[in-house]
Design a protein around this ligand. Sequence first.
Ligand code: ADP
Ligand code: MG
Length: 624
Amino acid sequence: MDSNEAIAPRLFTMASVTDDPIVGIDLGTTHSLVAFCGEEGPRILGNDDLVPSVVRLGVDGAVGESARANAVLFPERTIHSSKRLLGRTFAEVEAESGRFGFSIVAGHQGLAAIQGPDGQVVTPEEIAAKVLGVLRERAEADLGVPVGRAVVTVPAWFDDAQRQSVRDAGRLAGLDIVRLVNEPTAAALAYGLGKNAGTVLVFDLGGGTFDASVLQLVGSEEERFFRVLATKGDTQLGGDDLDAIVMDHVTGLIEERFGSVTFPPAARQALRLFAESARIRLSAEDAASIQLDLGEGRVFQETLTREWFESQATPVVQRAVACAKEAVRDAGVDPANIDRVIMVGGTTRTPLVRNLVADAFQTEPYVALDPDRVVALGASVQAAILAGTNPGLLLLDVIPLSLGLETRGGGVAKLIMRNSAVPARATEMFSTSEDGQVNIALRVLQGEREMAQDCRLLADFELSGLPPMPAGIPQVEVEFLVDADGILSVRAVERRSGKRASVQVAARHGLSRAEVDRMEEESLTFAKSDMHLHRVADLVVQAGLDAKWTREAMGRVADLEPKYREELERHLSTIADFVAQGQHDPASVDVHKFAEARESLDQNAMRLHELAIAASLRDESAGD
Ligand code: ADP
Ligand code: MG
């Protein structure tokens, strides 16, 4: 046996694409996804796209986006939301059959089945198999090998019949489902929650369903697993209900303006898509406008505000929050003792949902991983564990690479140094370098190099809506916080205006041990030249500001002696030369001389600044 193997930490054993990979699949009601977890951690396969869980019955048998996009044209043969029918009898689903645009009948042994317009009867397992088949093709195209095995997720409350249905669908699709994993468990696996996670609430608000699950990590060091302490849900609560709010409002306004209008099914379907896209826009913007051509010269136009939407949506979201609280109570846990909340499902992108959940459980929910992808990512982590390969997450007690922020000029201000123990926290003050800046771009970086372009960009966000202030006046406090699970939260607040913004990232995702080693090595190789570039970049920014302030002061002092003015001009021109050289050929700059030039401008301008202050005091008293 290779002696290296014996001492290699178990976590870092190789996990490339094997001949027989196991993929992770989230078979969702609205969307489905396939992921694979290699050495760099889990990733979504096939362009990162969500596959709509929609199948068109008929000869062409479109699946996914093309089936969804043309649903308006083929309402009776476009099968959506069929996960709701899996493993259930017709009697069980009869009451809700009105929600589907196609007809549901009693099939074999009274099980719910779907009847197409040509009379054909298909089972929900066959529909699911079509979706699984598309996911499998995507996985094969992406990985470049045949894919025959998968871990598939199911809601925690799925009973044996429903689970068996998913297995059957896998068999029809030619996939060996090696394990079914509960969706909330998969979400927790994706975050790589460790033994410090405590009690975890998974809040899953999807397209049409809501699930809340309370998990606890149990077991020994070798074999840890999540126990589902309680689960509660609402099968009729999700993004669809929020769409309905917008639709009802819009149809109400249309009738007010144009009198009663009857909508044919295709128009209703189109209106629903309009409503959904407006609602999704309101997650990022304060207002969204809708324009609908109703024919006969009638054009409906309306702008919806986020404020209006939130006031209408609050009762719906509160239903989900109340349901989550019940799950927590059922688990025998005090809501104040929930340690982590993980957000799952596309609808949790709605800011209102995040805010109400944060309020209810007094903790900032985890949103670092995309809520519509986190379940698939977690399924692939489970797959990697079953395959005996590296789950891909660097579960470390220390921060493997430094974390920082890009500064003006392209340097990196490191806030948390590598090898800091988790949890770790650091704050730093920043300001602007231009007058009247109303937006500040914040770029969060990881790595050991001195310049931003040589580090890994983890996230970027913007602090916006600042009142215009002169350069250097805003006080932006930036806080970096890495919690015990390795989740990085970055918060920025401008103290004078109170404006704030934040972002959350799973900093160890997409990072392999080899990558960490490479970045560390490079930082040593380039240490000297990097340091040089960083100092030049900082000097360019600082000297530029110095020069600007000097010129402003010169403008304020009307009666400056010509000789002194000349002297200042000479210094300014030296500085301008250094700045230009620093911008165009930083490697050639003599940092020492540059710093000296800056220093001597500083010395020389001291008297000027005193004169300028005196001048402005004079102006002020003259104005009285
Ligand atoms: P499911 O698990 O039921 O398949 P998903 O997790 O895919 O559902 O969630 C789909 C829902 O997420 C849809 O209702 C969609 O409108 C909603 N959604 C997607 N993106 C956003 C967004 N940015 N803001 C609000 N809702 C969103
Ligand atoms: Mg889901």
